[in-house]
Design a protein around this ligand. Structure first.
Ligand code: CA
Length: 219
């Protein structure tokens, strides 16, 4: 028995996958296709996707935000968990990667739920705020360039409703956050982690799933 979160070796991790993951075939296909891309490790793990789908259902979410789409796994998993009238505003810069995402959204029949904005995410978030969409989102997933994490968080906090949830990916950053490291991305994640620890605007939990997922529930 361990009180500390287990360090999963391959055997135990494979057990976890085999006994808990219910990955729909369309998501399996997208995972296989994305494995051929150079930045395949940017895709979220299947158990994390399933966890996020559960959170979206738990929130009764109908309107969500995604900052960082890549090839669309997380947006697809969320879209599948949303009700028929659900909507995702998805922010990304890459035409190339989101072309894969759009293809799979179409195949899965959820393309109508996803409003892809190809622009710097900060501009899109500012536009949503300017359009009067503050406090209208139920859920936000932040998984983009780390140097802007704090700004994505601050804008997302304005955009989600009280009782809405912000999930922030890669907050353990392969363990680099706990080591001396002057890398800009590491410093940015460390800075946000530190800030969130004492941020009274949210209820907080850092979940050590995959590369670390912070959950911040807006008060
Ligand atoms: Ca990520």
């Amino acid at each position: 028995m361990s009180r500390k979160t287990l360090n999963l070796d391959n055997q135990l991790y494979n057990y976890l996958l085999s006994i808990s993951v219910r990955e729909p075939e369309i998501l399996q296909q997208l995972r296989q296709e994305t494995a051929h891309y150079p930045y395949a490790m940017m895709q979220i793990a299947p158990e994390q996707g399933q966890f996020m789908a559960l959170l979206v259902q738990l929130l009764g979410a109908t309107k969500t935000l995604e900052v960082g789409v890549f090839t669309g796994y997380s947006s697809l998993v969320v879209a599948l968990a949303l009700p028929a009238n659900g909507k995702i505003v998805a922010c990304d810069l890459s035409e190339e990667y989101t072309r894969v995402a759009r293809h799979y959204w179409q195949l899965a029949g959820v393309a109508d739920k996803i409003d892809l904005r190809l622009a710097p995410a900060l501009d899109t978030l500012d536009q949503l705020l300017a359009d009067g969409q503050a406090e209208t989102f139920d859920f936000a997933f932040i998984d983009a360039d780390k140097v802007n994490y704090e700004q994505y968080y601050e804008r997302s906090l304005q955009l989600v409703r009280p009782g809405g949830l912000i999930a922030i990916d890669n907050v353990l950053w392969s363990g680099r956050v706990a080591k001396p490291d002057q890398d800009k991305s590491t410093l940015a994640i460390c800075s946000l982690n530190k800030k969130l620890h004492h941020d009274e605007r949210v209820t907080l939990s850092l979940v050590p799933i995959a590369d670390g997922l912070t959950l911040a529930l807006k008060r």
